[in-house]
Design a protein around this ligand. Sequence first.
Ligand code: GLA
Length: 380
Amino acid sequence: MPLKGIRTAFFDRYGHEPQVIAISPGRVNLIGEHTDYNDGFVFPAAIDRGMLVAASVHEPDTLTHSVQMGDGHPFGVSKATPGFTSSWSKYPAGMGWAISRYTEQQLPNLAAVVDSNIPIGSGVSSSAALELAFGVIWSHLAKLALQNRELAKLGQVCENQFVGVNSGIMDQMACALGKEGHAIFLDTRTLEIEYVHVPEGLSVVLCDTKKERALTSSAYNERRSQCEEACEIMQVPKLRDADEHMLYVAKPKMPDVVYRRAKHVITENRRCLLFKDALATGDLSEIGALMKASHNSLRYNYEVSCDELDAMAAAAWGAPGCIGARMTGAGFGGACVALVKTDQVHEFTEAVLNLYSLATGRHGEAMSCHIVDGSRILEA
Ligand code: GLA
């Protein structure tokens, strides 16, 4: 994403230079799926598919324009309340709402242009990227000096209380706290993070099924309540506090579907911990086995995969240079993430797309991604 392009787009629209330009990456999650709202472990990485936002103070209303999505609904940053619009500008509006409530400061309104190369509907957190980009801009322009970690929490407040999606903290933490060349091992209970270097010679490849995610929020919320039901039966605060033995003991008291949901979360937490060690020691066969087990658990126990994601994962497992692959993000469409030997990325992408299209009749897209730093001001 060239900086010059967004500066020109801003100038063409508003007739002057922007005061500030921010960038926020999207993310992939290597392992630890549907564990964050269970106080568990996740392992995302920020990628070089992200958003640039150029902005200046502009009263009396905030005007937003996206190169990809067109104009957002205008809003007054101190006036917009939850549910005010279905337009994409609910994300910046919600972020402004969350920041001003938290800091008890009145924020300036903005004129802004957004340019994104995050594939739409692929489950790589375009909404968190948008929230965080506006977060760093408001923090900068209103001289609030908010830390990215605080902005990540406010991004989740925006998502949960303003936008109305009951998501966990993974996406915002990954976008906010990404580090070049490193995956982020995050304990979502304590919010402690550990950066683990991704071994040289391994590349992250995003394998997009081009099947847009469907029914995500209703099915997502249903999974959350099934996890809560499992906790009630096992009498633990969160599934993080349960282990396989407790699950085994409680099994006769659990509906089968609740048992399978809990089994996924409990085993996924364990896989995430094992994956951290495997990545740190470069144990490639263990990495591959854990990613495959994660995918299969999401497919059969958590039931958030779909035919296209299963076909893409199977295609990746059979393609040259693949170390491991699994669906990434909430599921029901979107993308798989694969770790691939860097010198075989070209052969891998060719094979994976051919195999995927033979299996589904669809055209997917494979993108090799760099792991990058988190949300920040690029120019001010
Ligand atoms: C979405 C949510 C995250 C997380 C994942 C599943 O991306 O926003 O909080 O729950 O799904 O791991």
